[in-house]
Design a protein around this ligand. Structure first.
Ligand SMILES: NC(=O)c1ccc[n+]([C@@H]2O[C@H](COP(=O)([O-])OP(=O)(O)OC[C@H]3O[C@@H](n4cnc5c(N)ncnc54)[C@H](O)[C@@H]3O)[C@@H](O)[C@H]2O)c1
Length: 439
């Protein structure tokens, strides 16, 4: 089978690499010619564990190809996956301009049957728009009878574990409206679902909604735990104990119950916003998700607040260190990262900042430039600092040398935004220690 994947970002490149690993001939297409040129030279545009090896191996084997031109490859392939970005519009709804651009290109150049699958996260009704856009272009070319199918195949991979997630998915959701499309998707996903991983076939609207509902549910769990953690702080309970106590209930489950300094990334914030906006456009008020958002906004400011309270507002001119900039470990993605909010607040308050992240320094630098000092390692970051903020729980931050740190820092204050340290250990080592929802 031959497929094209349009959009060679986190989702498109992982999808392309994984399908090619299973023997499918894959064209990864992107409008960003620099990205495509780099990929042809073996330079991977993102940090994702295991991705480089997979891409290089399959590129060398000739199963994975890179191109900027969908027009040229379109009539060679059986399926086109669209994995382009769907960033938030001004009102928070998903901007479909890239998705529809791809649809137009397909309609303008298609000469044979094809299955067009949307992998990007898109609101209910988008597949209909994709179909209408392609059909309109075919009609203009006098090819109104040319058959094609559309399908929805939302992606659930997690950055940092994307290859494993794609290779061994919890489930694959496919929204279809024809047997022909189902047959194609069955064949493509067979290698990934042999070990009883499930393919869930639905109608297209439900598949589109499943992705938003899943992300909204996960964001809700995070905001719920953050709200509980903040209350624990006030009443003197320990959220780590509370988490274990409630997680032992099978109906609740242990996963995704970690409080912290707010959710970020390229998905939860934009998908929650887009779902709220979809509802608003239809005259429905998503009250719960609005609360989820406002708890998250509050939470992104909580580390700064703890710092201000500790120094009774006397923070201008102080120096702080930040460990971790990516929105979560094992990725260089800093989109909507809590670190960005913390850095902005600290700069506005006149605080000097030294930062360190194992892989996300370049990405942060592209966004904020030289307003902070980029340290060469985690210990360099804490030189002369009045506080250390732990913002991303990279493994290398988990067991630092407290003795060395005590010597390097100006004042031994640690504000842990991910609750990775044991409070009594840290205090025994001579530090003041604050975390989220526990003493
Ligand atoms: N990143 C994730 O963890 C994740 C997980 C699941 C779903 N998603 C969804 O998948 C979609 C893509 O996300 P991403 O993080 O991979 O985005 P990304 O920004 O990393 O990549 C998108 C790519 O599409 C390219 N592009 C834009 N218009 C194009 C066009 N007309 N033709 C060819 N290429 C074009 C861009 O140049 C870019 O390289 C989004 O809808 C996102 O919500 C993302």
């Amino acid at each position: 089978m031959k497929i094209a994947i349009v959009g060679t970002g986190y989702v498109g490149l992982v999808t392309g690499a994984c399908f090619s690993e299973m023997g499918v001939d894959v064209y990864c297409i992107d409008v960003d010619s620099e990205k495509i040129d780099n990929l042809k030279r073996g330079i991977i545009p993102i940090y994702e564990p295991g991705l480089e090896d997979l891409v290089l191996k399959n590129y060398k084997a000739g199963r994975l190809k890179f191109s900027t031109n969908l027009r040229v490859v379109l009539n060679e392939v059986d399926v086109v996956f669209s994995a382009v970005g769907t960033p938030p519009d001004e009102d928070g709804s998903a901007d479909l301009k890239y998705v529809l651009e791809v649809s137009r290109t397909i309609g303008q150049n298609l000469n044979k049957y094809i299955l067009v699958v949307t992998k990007s996260t898109v609101p209910v009704g988008t597949a209909k728009l994709v179909r209408a856009t392609i059909q309109e272009e075919l009609n203009k070319r006098g090819k109104s009878d040319l058959a094609f199918d559309v399908a929805s195949n939302p992606e659930f991979l997690k950055e940092g574990a994307a290859i494993d997630d794609f290779m061994s998915p919890d489930r694959v959701v496919v929204g279809i409206e024809s047997d022909r499309a189902k047959e194609v998707m069955d064949r493509l996903y067979k290698p990934f679902t042999l070990n009883n991983y499930r393919i869930i076939y639905t109608d297209i609207s439900s598949a589109e909604m499943i992705k938003y509902a899943a992300n909204a549910m996960l964001a809700t769990r995070i905001s719920f735990m953050n709200d509980i953690a903040n209350l624990c702080d006030i009443v003197g309970a320990d959220v780590n104990m509370v988490r274990m106590g409630i997680g032992a209930d099978n109906r609740i489950g242990k996963k995704f119950l970690y409080p912290g300094c707010g959710y970020g990334g390229s998905c939860f914030p934009k998908d929650v916003k887009a779902l709220i906006q979809t509802a608003t456009n239809k005259g429905y008020n998503m009250q719960l998700l609005k609360a989820v958002e406002s708890v998250n906004e509050y939470q992104k400011g909580i580390l700064f607040e703890k710092f201000v309270n500790y120094y009774n507002g006397d923070i201008a001119g102080r120096t702080v260190a930040i460990w971790g900039l990516a929105f979560k470990p094992k990725t260089d993605d800093v989109r909507e990262a809590p670190s960005l909010v913390l850095i902005k607040k600290l700069i506005e308050a006149g605080v000097n900042i030294r930062v360190y992240d194992p892989v996300a320094m370049n990405e942060i630098k592209k966004r904020i430039g030289d307003v902070v000092i980029y340290a060469k390692d985690m210990y360099d970051a804490i030189i002369d600092s009045d506080a250390l903020f732990l913002v991303t729980e990279w493994n290398e931050f988990r067991l630092p040398s407290w003795v060395a740190m005590k010597k390097i820092m100006k004042y031994p204050l640690i504000i842990d935004g991910r609750n990775i340290y044991n409070g009594s250990d840290v205090r025994e080592a001579g530090f003041e220690y604050y975390c989220i929802g526990a003493k």
